[in-house]
Design a protein around this ligand. Structure first.
Ligand code: TMP
Length: 237
């Protein structure tokens, strides 16, 4: 993309900053090394995370585009910066689980593998602590229309199929992950935000070692090493 100029900062989130550009339909996301957990209560830095999440996310989005999933991705600009389509984020966190990371909620063992993936939504609202919501709640609150929810569900399950296969080639189990969707100026739903070890639970297939942000959330140590390990496997795939 020629002649793109970075303009004013529009927004600073917990893990990324967003900048305007000279094109009203495009923005630049800038990935930080900042890490938070439990709705921002726990704060820290994961050195090198911003670069890894930027590169990994872009790799996933390009793979998904090839498989027919529309995303906000346009072009990587630098180690930490990517040009994306400007969207209004649908205020739903969409979570797919292939295995029982919600073990505590239902009293089952962590890691129990489901016959079919599950999907759930959280209302994207930090003040309320992102409460769990169902499709009827989302429609009632005008977070999304019924049609948009159907589109989002179909896209999320497709993303799961593509990503599960991809991580399998890295000897990694995709336990669960969180997606966010956005609406472009012309009303099209596209996959947005990021797909990275911040937003996925990734376990080594052989050892079941955690290679994701749970190491930070649960003070397990080896956080940077886990991100680097995933990056190393992705690069050599
Ligand atoms: P959960 O089991 O805590 O609900 O998390 C499900 C998945 O979503 C897991 O892969 C981590 C990811 N996630 C986020 O990306 N952002 C969040 O704020 C939370 C709570 C989870």
């Amino acid at each position: 993309m020629e002649n793109i100029e970075k303009r004013e900062q529009l927004y600073e989130g917990k893990a990324k900053k967003v900048y305007a550009t000279n094109d009203p339909n495009l923005v630049i996301v800038d990935y930080k090394d900042d890490a938070t957990a439990f709705n921002g209560e726990k704060k820290g830095t994961i050195t090198g995370k911003g670069v890894i999440n930027n590169v990994m996310s872009n790799h996933m989005f390009q793979l998904l585009e090839q498989q027919g999933v529309p995303t906000h991705f346009v072009e990587q600009l630098s180690e930490r910066e990517t040009l994306v389509k400007k969207v209004s984020i649908v205020p739903l966190e969409v979570i797919i689980r292939n295995a029982g990371s919600f073990a505590k909620r239902f009293g089952v063992e962590e890691g129990i593998v489901f016959d079919e993936p599950t999907i759930e939504f959280s209302y994207k609202n930090d003040e309320l602590g992102d409460p769990l919501m169902n499709a009827y709640h989302a429609i009632a609150l005008k977070a999304a229309t019924r049609e948009e929810i159907e589109t989002i569900k179909a896209m999320a399950f497709k993303v799961n199929e593509v990503m599960k296969q991809y991580f399998d080639t890295l000897n990694v189990i995709l336990v669960d992950f969180k997606l966010e969707f956005g609406k472009t100026a012309d009303g099209k739903i596209v996959l947005a935000d990021e797909i990275s070890p911040d937003t996925c639970r990734l376990w080594d297939k052989t050892t079941k070692e955690k290679l994701d942000k749970d190491r930070f959330r649960r003070d397990m140590g080896g956080v940077e090493e886990a991100y680097q390990e995933i990056m190393k496997r992705a690069r050599s795939a």
